[in-house]
Design a protein around this ligand. Structure first.
Ligand code: 6CS
Length: 367
């Protein structure tokens, strides 16, 4: 079982002897063709691996029950089980170890071992990561888009390397669902964004995208967003439905637009010095947990986003008018959004052009 924060990060000296044959069956092989569990060969038939008892920290940007927290808790359970109880991961939620931006720094400095980091908070550090802010870029079919996130070389090699240069190692890029708009006024076409105070994450390209619609975007932590919307400091925001409902933004917003203008992308990340310093057996446990969580992450978001619209519609004390954009209306936004790709090419760092061109090819191939 995962432990949800609060335990001392003591490293116990006890080791567990796992018989490679009876322990972790799919640990794989190392580059020498040997057992990737890194076991000693004692001259006999039995290879053994010692997994040292350890306690790691995993920080998310969300709160209990939300998609990232469910992900991190299940990830922790898998690692605990695969290590035969030797590895415990303490999961921390939003704000428990600083802001979303502090999380990026803490991960890179090794203060925490794992974090879920959304590229929207790394926009100035890793400009190439702004690619995920480009609206109407990925296919509307979320399963196809997730497959692209899993397989695209532009993302999993070229972009991943840019993060590694900043001491952030992305292990998986995954979606938390399609994003929708909420507003204090209706948002049906680009004119409705004229002068609209839009709350965004930190990414310069998210700001640019809303400026292209004529809005006045402001970056703000989601921890301040409910009050910001309630008091009119901002007029609206974008997020997947599960997040809008769970953070109660619908309570303080009269309008919800089903726009599907982009998907929310996040990353499972690890501190590279920590990860590269682990023995092969321990690394294999992490890698397997990451693989197992790929489909699970999709299911978790699908389930939560699937339930959220009904919950918003049932909240009749704080009614929110739901409007779904027509394809013609979406086309008006798409035309303006496509122009922002040039801004990314010019301002998205040295590899922006290469990443965008390769990704466009990957998207075409996937469709
Ligand atoms: O809007 C935000 O900032 C937050 N949205 C989600 C879906 N997850 C965490 C993030 O910080």
């Amino acid at each position: 079982m995962f432990k949800k924060k609060g335990l001392l990060a003591s490293v116990l000296s006890l080791g567990l002897v796992l018989a490679a044959c009876g322990g972790d069956e799919d640990a794989g092989t190392d580059e020498n063709g040997g057992d990737a569990t890194g076991g000693d060969t004692n001259g006999g038939d039995e290879e053994t691996t010692e997994i040292e008892a350890q306690e790691w920290r995993f920080l998310t940007e969300e709160t209990e029950g939300q998609v990232q927290m469910v992900y991190a808790e299940e990830f922790a359970d898998i690692v605990h089980e695969k290590s035969d109880g030797q590895i415990t991961i303490d999961v921390y939620g939003f704000g428990e170890l600083g802001s979303e931006v502090d999380a990026v720094e803490n991960l890179a400095n090794g203060v925490i071992e794992f974090a879920i980091i959304s590229p929207g908070f790394t926009g100035t550090l890793v400009p190439e990561g702004n690619i995920f802010a480009l609206q109407f870029l990925f296919p509307d079919d979320l399963e196809v888009s997730q497959q692209i996130l899993n397989e695209s070389e532009a993302i999993n090699t070229t972009l991943r390397e840019r993060y590694e240069e900043h001491n952030i190692l992305p292990l998986a890029f995954w979606t938390e669902g399609a994003m929708q708009w909420t507003g204090s006024t209706p948002l049906h076409n680009p004119d409705d964004f004229n002068g609209f105070q839009m709350r965004t994450q930190e990414s310069p390209l998210i700001l640019e995208s809303y400026e292209a619609y004529g809005a006045n975007p402001t970056a703000m932590s989601w921890g301040e967003l409910y009050t910001g919307l309630q008091q009119g400091a901002v007029d609206g925001q974008e997020n997947p439905l599960f997040f809008i409902e769970d953070a109660n933004f619908n309570e303080v917003q009269d309008h919800l637009t089903i726009s599907n203008h982009n998907m929310y992308v996040t990353m499972t990340t690890v501190n590279p010095d920590f990860y590269n310093g682990l023995d092969d057996a321990t690394k294999a446990i992490i890698d397997e947990a990451v693989e197992e969580m790929r489909d699970r992450a999709f299911e978790i978001q699908e389930e939560q986003n699937g339930a959220a619209l009904d919950l918003i519609e049932q909240a009749t004390d704080t009614p929110t008018e739901v409007y779904e954009l027509s394809e013609e209306e979406r086309e008006q936004f798409r035309e303006l959004a496509v122009d922002v790709r040039d801004f990314y090419r010019e301002n998205g760092g040295d590899y922006a052009e290469e990443i965008l061109d390769q990704l466009l090819e990957d998207i075409e191939a996937a469709q």
